[in-house]
Ligand binder design. Structure first.
Ligand SMILES: Cc1cc2nc3c(=O)[nH]c(=O)nc-3n(C[C@H](O)[C@H](O)[C@H](O)COP(=O)(O)OP(=O)(O)OC[C@H]3O[C@@H](n4cnc5c(N)ncnc54)[C@H](O)[C@@H]3O)c2cc1C
Length: 153
């Protein structure tokens, strides 16, 4: 618990230090994540939970319907947007800003920049193996079944 709260403080101090840089595509680094030409349709599949990656989709549906997503889910869907869809990470951060009931400017933009490889991570881009994560954290598929079976949104 204390460790997790330290993250929260850390992002707050980082925002105080770097200010508006956290809203640039390059974040607090000099280089940006590799991105493709912007594709609004792909972004919409991510938002609507229709990417075809069931763990990502279940999390995005939960976010859309409830305004909440677990930390594990947030990391996976952010990695998917940045590394698989190669969409500018700021679209993801802006959508979270719109949806999250626990939205916090420092934690949201700081975590997104971190996952996009333009924040406070010495290891660079965080690439999540989504299938492995789904297997590790939702082995019996009950989480995915719950959200993927919601009425069409
Ligand atoms: C892409 C992304 C965006 C996020 N956006 C937000 C946001 O807008 N608002 C927000 O409050 N949190 C954000 N988080 C952090 C984290 O996901 C949530 O705080 C967490 O889901 C809350 O669940 P919990 O209370 O069960 O946390 P626990 O894991 O039980 O942790 C206890 C407390 O520590 C803090 N905490 C834990 N992990 C983090 C973290 N990575 N960064 C900052 N604080 C943390 C929270 O206050 C949390 O309530 C984001 C994480 C990611 C990966």
């Amino acid at each position: 618990m204390i460790f997790e709260l330290l993250w929260r403080d850390y992002f707050r101090f980082m925002m105080k230090k770097h200010r508006n840089k956290f809203f640039l595509q390059t974040g607090i680094k000099d280089s940006s994540q590799p991105i493709n030409k912007h594709d609004a349709k792909k972004l919409k599949t991510w938002i609507d939970g229709k990417t075809g990656s069931d763990f990502v989709d279940a999390n995005m549906i939960e976010l859309k319907l409830t305004g909440f997503m677990s930390n594990r889910g947030r990391q996976n869907v952010a990695s998917y947007l940045c590394n698989d869809l190669k969409i500018d990470w700021r679209y993801g951060a802006a959508y979270f800003e719109q949806q999250l009931i626990d939205y916090d400017v420092c934690s949201n933009w700081g975590n997104w920049a971190y996952l996009a490889g333009v924040g406070n991570d010495p290891r660079g881009q965080r690439y999540f193996n989504i299938d492995k994560q789904a297997d590790d954290y939702d082995k019996d598929r009950s989480y995915r079944k719950l959200w993927l079976n919601q009425v069409d949104i």
